[in-house]
Ligand binder design. Structure first.
Ligand code: IPE
Ligand code: IPE
Ligand code: MG
Length: 243
């Protein structure tokens, strides 16, 4: 582990890492268990990733917890997932708070139970002055939906006369997204070998580096997180320019 840490250049740390935590179902299946067993074993990977950010000084981490498309899974799996959220959310968010981490929720959380919503709001408020890193949790999140919602709100502001069309640009558009005030994504990590974005932060990661690993999410540890950062640091980010 120390060797890996030594390979990381602390002057070239991404500001915002976003993770598509994929492969829980396959991890469980490999062990002859039902898919929920994989979801239950995902928390240590979350801890390790957040801890990796703290150690390296990465100020923002977004975790894709539940997508707007995930409602299309069998009812039994959804019920199990909601049960898991309901049982662990409070303890886990308390742990986050005790680590001085600020929580921001993105996504249409009104689709979750009142209890879940209440706790998400509560912890968002409770952690708002925390000074360590910011953890953004994407819950019932869909990027296309977010962009449509932003567009509708912009149109409303224009209709009311509060906003002029000439002031709509790539900077001001950010103010209408869930991720308002959060920097763009520098690095997307996706576990489990799938190589796609699955409707995650399309606008915010327009220039992100993409890192795919075959490791299934419940197996993802700090060392895997460091490996992703090392890969990121080897990339040449040109943003359309030439060197
Ligand atoms: C990611 O693991 C967790 C969620 C999307 C909630 P999956 O449940 O997608 O696991 P696989 O991809 O089927 O293995
Ligand atoms: C993406 O994983 C969503 C989350 C990790 C929460 P999925 O497993 O739902 O994505 P697809 O369906 O394979 O693209
Ligand atoms: Mg999956």
């Amino acid at each position: 582990m120390e060797d890996f840490l030594k390979k990381i250049n602390l002057n070239k740390i991404p500001h915002h890492v976003a993770i598509i935590m994929d492969g829980n179902g396959r991890w469980a299946k490999k062990r002859g268990k039902i898919r929920t067993f994989g979801h239950k074993n995902a928390i240590q990977s979350v801890r390790d990733s957040i801890n990796g950010c703290k150690i390296l000084g990465i100020p923002y981490i977004t975790l894709y917890v539940f997508s707007s498309e995930n409602w299309n899974r069998p009812k039994k799996e959804i019920d199990n997932l909601m049960y898991l959220f309901q049982n662990n959310l409070k303890n886990y968010l308390e742990e986050i708070h005790n680590n001085n981490i600020k929580i921001i929720i993105i996504g249409k959380i009104e689709k979750f139970s009142n209890w879940i919503q209440k706790n998400l709001f509560f912890f968002q408020k409770k952690t708002k002055n925390n000074t360590s890193i910011t953890l953004i949790l994407a819950l019932n999140y869909g990027s296309r939906e977010e962009i449509i919602q932003a567009t509708k709100n912009i149109v409303k502001q224009v209709n009311k006369g509060n906003l002029s069309i000439k002031d709509i640009n790539t900077f001001s558009f950010n103010n209408y997204l869930y991720t308002k005030n959060i920097p763009y994504v520098d690095l997307i990590i996706r576990t489990s070998g799938e190589q796609r974005i699955s409707n995650f932060l399309l606008w915010q990661s327009a220039y992100a580096e993409l890192y795919f690993t075959d490791v299934l999410w419940p197996d993802f540890r700090k060392i895997d997180f460091y490996k992703a950062i090392i890969h990121y640091q080897k990339r040449k980010r040109r943003f359309g320019k030439i060197e």
